[in-house]
Design a protein. Structure first.
Length: 604
């Protein structure tokens, strides 16, 4: 059906050589057509494009619910700019995705935040960079407060103190270590999704490697990053290992030579530039010029200019047809054609609609989710589903560490993660410092060589019974990223270590300065990790351990099925729906950063 639709659309089209198309392998029979159509509508083109993007996101979620892995889906567009509405819609619908090609990595918001912060550390008088940092999640100030700070009418003491410390250390430590205190202070990484966190980790690793190879000033580094952004395309950070179950977003040019089980060709209605230069040249016709009439302001080309413009228009049309051919033939098993309604049809939209007998009916997604109309060549069927009942409002995705924090104390989760309030580190409490923990984790993952305290802590695990087992394991995964749908949310996180040895699957979570009194909450985190491994490896791990690095002590945690976790998630969602986050008094409250502050608990 896919190849038949390609032939119907492009047979005899300019730039396409006539040829018979045959599938290279047999496909199992399907009870639905293999070619679908999605149309977004709205009063303006941007609204229609957003409607298209939302419908595409919903269709992908439906395919995932039917058993199609996200990684089997590719979304192709004519240009990178056409993918913008899709990224927003995918984030809103919790569809994991990775953008391939384009300058997406260095332009990612989280990477730009980090670069702006480096600019401020290098030069605090850079008001543009300073305003960007103050307005970013790193500080989170409103525009009025930022303006008062820039006018020196107000101060941000905590930020200014960290900035002074970073500037003092700028010549002695690597740039990635300059950034970590700022990230720790606001739990910047904890509020990022898996894709954004992967981008940030990729950037920090790049800074670390560059500094290790050849230390340089911040000014030189920033000049290099500017040149890199202008001269080189860099894809977003890929997911770790096989856990990267993500939709691929890319241009048709990037997709050449690739195939995917399911392909969405989107933004068929996006207009391409048809502007013609006032001066044209070709070796066969010479120089052509377009003159502007002073009376009506219109341009009129001479004979040569009109001839060259006509030839170029024909070549552009041929190239558009060839690109559409490439886009449609990337699909192996299922093809979805998506566009936004526009009275003036773009090149691709006009060709597809005319060839497949499709109209652009008024089709809105404002009334609720609807399935796209399904179109095999020459047939269209519209199916509208009733809108779903409105459910409670809660996060569509959550990190495993947030669930663990909620299980330990709902009120602390509310203050720290939900409201983003920073407390006061008290004597005897974990500092939550990221630098030491990251160094130990990266050492155990074999990503870097460390010294001092970090090396001692890493060696305590390597020399333990678990460390010895992991060293001789037949299968080992470290720093394993995952996405795990549980009920109404998608849980994401990173597993420190899991391995297969002696016929057993074992999962390990390292704890550096964590509070041992919160062991039951960490056990929930380990349960989630076990379910993620079960989804990937096909069976639940046989054993799970919390490994306390400072003590060199491993505590085995009993693992069970998803039923043990769903109750905690239900409570978490209920708390967000009702905004009720009760306190949970315990002796460790005295070490909580919100004790005798934002939290009302008083211990006897």
């Amino acid at each position: 059906e896919i190849l038949s639709s390609v032939e119907s659309v492009l047979d005899g089209a300019d730039g396409i050589r006539p040829r018979a198309l045959f599938a290279a392998r047999e496909f199992p029979p399907k009870d639905v057509p293999s070619v679908e159509r999605i149309t977004g509508t709205g009063d303006a083109m941007d609204i229609a494009s957003e409607s298209e993007a939302r419908q595409v996101a919903r269709r992908i979620r439906a395919l995932a619910a039917a058993g199609v892995p996200y990684k089997d889906v590719a979304v192709l567009a004519r240009t990178m700019s056409a993918l913008g509405p899709l990224q927003t819609a995918f984030d809103d619908a919790a569809v994991p995705f990775l953008v391939t090609g384009g300058r997406t990595f260095l332009e990612a918001r989280e990477v730009r935040d980090a670069v702006l912060l480096l600019r401020v550390i290098e030069n605090p008088l850079d008001e543009i960079a300073l305003a960007g940092v103050l307005r970013s999640p790193l500080v989170g100030l409103d525009d009025e407060t930022v303006l008062r700070i820039l006018r020196l009418e107000q101060h941000a003491p905590e930020f200014e103190q960290r900035l002074a410390e970073a500037r003092a250390a700028a010549d002695s430590v690597s740039p990635d270590r300059l950034l970590t205190p700022f990230f720790d202070a606001c739990d910047y990484e904890g509020r990022l999704g898996e894709r954004q966190r992967a981008n940030l980790e990729k950037f920090l690793s790049y800074l670390q490697r560059r500094h290790a190879a050849s230390p340089e000033s911040l000014w030189t580094l920033l000049q290099h990053l500017d040149a890199l952004r202008d001269a080189q395309s860099e894809a977003e950070a890929p997911p770790s290992g096989e856990a990267g179950d993500m939709v691929r977003l890319m241009t048709v040019h990037t997709a050449k030579g690739l195939e995917f089980p399911v392909v969405f060709v989107v933004a068929l209605g996006a207009q391409t530039s048809n502007r013609t230069s006032a001066i044209l040249f070709s070796p066969s016709h010479g120089l052509g010029i377009q003159w502007r009439n002073s009376f009506d302001g219109k341009g009129y080309g001479d004979l040569v200019h009109r001839t060259i413009a006509k030839e170029r228009s024909a070549r552009d049309k041929e190239e558009e047809n060839r690109l559409l051919y490439v886009a449609m033939t990337r699909a192996q098993d299922h093809l979805v054609l998506a566009d936004a309604f526009n009275k003036r049809k773009a090149a691709w939209q006009g060709v597809v609609h005319k060839s497949l007998g499709l109209g652009v009916e008024s089709q809105s997604d404002s009334a609720g989710p609807s399935s796209p109309s399904v179109a095999s060549p020459g047939a269209v069927a519209e199916i509208l589903l009733a809108p779903p009942a409105i459910a409670g409002q809660h996060d569509a995705s959550v990190t495993a560490t947030s669930l663990s924090l909620f299980a330990d104390c709902p009120r602390r989760y509310y203050l720290e993660r939900y409201l983003g309030i920073s407390g006061v580190v008290r004597e005897g409490a974990s500092t939550g410092g990221r630098a030491l923990g990251v160094a130990v984790h990266e050492s155990l993952a074999g990503l870097r060589t460390v010294r001092g305290e970090a090396a001692d802590l890493a060696d305590r695990f390597r020399n333990s019974e678990l460390g010895v087992r992991a060293a001789r394991a037949i299968r080992v995964e470290r720093e394993f990223d995952f996405l795990l749908p549980l009920g109404d949310v998608i849980v994401n996180g990173q597993i420190d270590l899991w391995f297969e040895e002696g016929g057993e699957l074992v999962v390990v979570d390292y704890k550096t300065d964590a509070d041992r009194d919160a062991e039951s909450a960490y056990a929930l985190q380990l349960q989630i990790y076990a379910l993620a491994i079960e989804r990937y490896a096909g069976r639940l791990p046989d054993r799970g351990y919390l490994f306390w690095l400072r003590e060199g002590d491993a505590k085995e945690i009993a693992l069970s099925d998803a039923a043990a976790v769903t109750g905690q998630i239900d409570g978490f969602l209920q708390a967000q729906n009702t905004l009720e986050f009760p306190v949970r008094p315990a002796s460790r409250c005295a070490r909580c950063p919100f004790y005798r502050g934002a939290c009302p608990v008083e211990l006897p």
